[in-house]
Design a protein around this ligand. Structure first.
Ligand code: 13P
Length: 283
């Protein structure tokens, strides 16, 4: 079911002080598990695909599968491309029916990032597709994207305002100190930047690196204006750890449906936990 666009969902979330959960999926089972959990809470949800997943299936096959799942859902499901560094792939996904794309030009100098983001936005506008952009560099590993700690760079308020004004992105992902993957220590998060952006721009802010943040951090980020929160590593863990557990506990069972159901629950629990938390302070 499609009731609101990516932009409308995030604007509503920002206004009402909650965040839309954006979960990285990698196959039919994970996509379906995320949707079913969102349906239990009657909450909108964003299904994100990494570029690695897009390359594995191809935009047409993956897009068709996800659109169909979204269409049949009883809640609003947005299909989103995560961290795309390649303009041509972003365009291919838009053509194949993605609702929104993140163009990640954060590894380029600011003016090049702006120029490429604008090229993606120009293409998106004609197709009713929305665009998320990134500034600064978020540390950690996200599928085939890796940013070492010494290359990570926080976004500044001044550059953020400039980037958002120049590009006209629909959602903005500044590097605020969160990281992709599993946290090694306690992250140092720039809550003030998130709050200043909430007050100074209309564009909703996106928080990356959701896996492993504690409840207080999530709630503070969302109160300060985070309107979309990304969770990926926790979903992968639920899937892979769930596979190992099931096989260990049922070495002689030959029941693929039961196996899938186990993984569906494992992923569903992670999604339920995060969506409930992201909506706890909703006004
Ligand atoms: P995690 O893998 O840390 O949950 O981050 C997800 C993310 O930000 C995807 O873009």
């Amino acid at each position: 079911m499609k009731t609101k666009s990516f932009k409308e969902e995030l604007q509503t979330a920002k206004r009402r002080s909650y965040a839309v959960g954006a979960f990285n999926i990698f196959n039919y089972l994970s996509a379906r598990a995320v949707i079913r959990a969102a349906q239990k809470l009657d909450a909108p949800v964003i299904l994100q695909t990494s570029t690695q997943t897009v390359r594995k299936f191809g935009p047409q096959e993956l897009g068709t599968m996800l659109r169909q799942l979204a269409w049949n859902a009883s809640v609003n499901v947005i299909v989103h491309l995560d961290h795309c560094q390649n303009v041509e792939m972003a365009k291919a996904c838009m053509d194949a029916g993605w609702d929104s794309v993140m163009f990640d030009g954060s590894h380029f100098p600011l003016e090049d990032n702006i120029r490429m983001t604008k090229e993606v936005i120009a293409y998106a506008r004609h197709r009713g597709v929305y665009v998320e952009g990134e500034l600064g560099r978020i540390a950690g590993v996200e599928d085939d994207l890796q940013v070492d700690d010494d290359k990570a760079k926080g976004a500044t308020l001044e550059e953020s305002l400039y980037y958002v004004r120049e590009t006209g992105v629909d959602a903005f992902a500044p590097a605020v100190g969160t990281a992709h993957g599993v946290y090694k220590g306690t992250p140092v998060i720039d809550f003030d930047l998130v709050k200043a952006l909430k007050e100074q721009i209309e564009t909703p802010v996106v928080i990356h690196g959701g896996t492993g943040l504690d409840e207080d951090t999530f709630r503070r980020l969302i109160r300060n204006g985070g309107a979309k929160v990304n969770v990926s590593t926790a979903i992968k863990h639920a899937y892979i750890d769930g596979c190992k557990e099931y096989i260990q506990n049922n070495p002689d069972k030959l029941d693929p449906i039961d196996f899938d159901q186990y993984l569906n629950c494992a992923i569903g629990d992670i999604v339920l936990y995060h969506i409930e938390l992201f909506r706890r302070d909703m006004k």
